[in-house]
Design a binder for this molecule. Sequence first.
Ligand code: NAD
Ligand code: MG
Length: 398
Amino acid sequence: MRSLSIFGATGSIGEQTVDLLLRAGGAKTHRIVALTGGRNIARLADMARDLRAEIAVCADPSGLADLRERLAGSGVEAAAGTSAIIEAAERPADWVMSAIVGAAGLEPGFRALRHGATLALANKESLVTAGPLLLAEAERHKARILPVDSEHSAIFQALVGEDIAAVERIILTASGGALRDWPLEALARATVKEALAHPNWAMGQRITIDSASMFNKALEVIETREFFGVDPDQIEVIIHPESLIHSMVGYRDGAIMAHMGAPDMRHSIGYALNWPDRSYLPVARLDLAQVGQMTFRAPDLARYPALRLARSVMARRGLAGAAFNAAKEVALDHFLAGGIGFMQMAGLVEETLATLDGELGHENDAMTLEDVQAVDHLARIRANERADAIARRQAGER
Ligand code: NAD
Ligand code: MG
């Protein structure tokens, strides 16, 4: 029986993974090792019971007593805290879903590779912050990483049976997010609620705002560069508001292979779950006559400065990705808390990267988990300082 763990089981990707697993027979057909969640203890306990997991871990230590109580008599072990999540990742499992949001998702996935697990990687931050480290670890332990981000799953599928050397370009599609049709001048005043109104995809809060700012696409460009090993100038981004083409690979003979489907993450979660097979998935079938037309347009870099920042991060490589992601997470926290405006996020990230300029080192691919975590920590301090400076300046102006 195949054994599985899900990190971030109570999130948007986690819930959809659990949904597919239950449809595939749940505990009758799979041995569930670990399920982890954040603060939603009731949901974590319910799914751990449904799937008869060996252990359920919540990130929030203050939730442990509640989790224990809810799991009493079920035979499911309960644990809490970041170190318990990492210990859970050290329990061998054949297939591991990495769906914690943010830099916190890196270490559990990294640990899972050590016992040769197939790592279904939704946590794009892992490749952005530590791509070379993760890929080297996978190779060392003969573990496999399968992409779950819809664009990367699409590219992965469009590459089946092809030689990567025949690839001319990779075209990432982007919905453009909630604010794509707003006038540029209005973006500075966009609220959290407005940025959360995503036209096509139902996702977690953080990635939805990152879609509106295209920080999500910026992370995905870097993720593409790391995962597929192509040059940055081979990666293009195009706005495709309907989100029916999930991404494309252009080959040297001019052919383009596109992956199409309804905007439903269970396409890519299910592909990773069933890989290398292609099994039935309960996703809507596209009726192209009904769809009628699909549209495309080039992204405007004035609206989406994050895309420009991604290029400079790729030019630097090494630990620049860890700094970029950490600064972006801090900027998002401040936007969510009302401290900075929507368009100030990119400026905050850019200034943070500039303050770290001399400290990141260049070229190197040789990095350790400790290096990545140290840069992440430093970038957060610098980004918070910058955010405080912006807040003081704005208070002075008022
Ligand atoms: P989410 O916010 O819905 O869920 C995140 C999960 O991680 C939850 O279980 C939460 O409790 C847990 N978590 C949050 N902070 C944690 C911490 N510090 N330590 C441990 N656990 C923590 O997020 P999501 O939308 O499911 O996204 C998960 C990951 O997948 C992200 O990296 C995101 O970029 C990526 N992704 C998501 C989608 C999507 O459609 N939602 C698509 C592509 C990629
Ligand atoms: Mg994506």
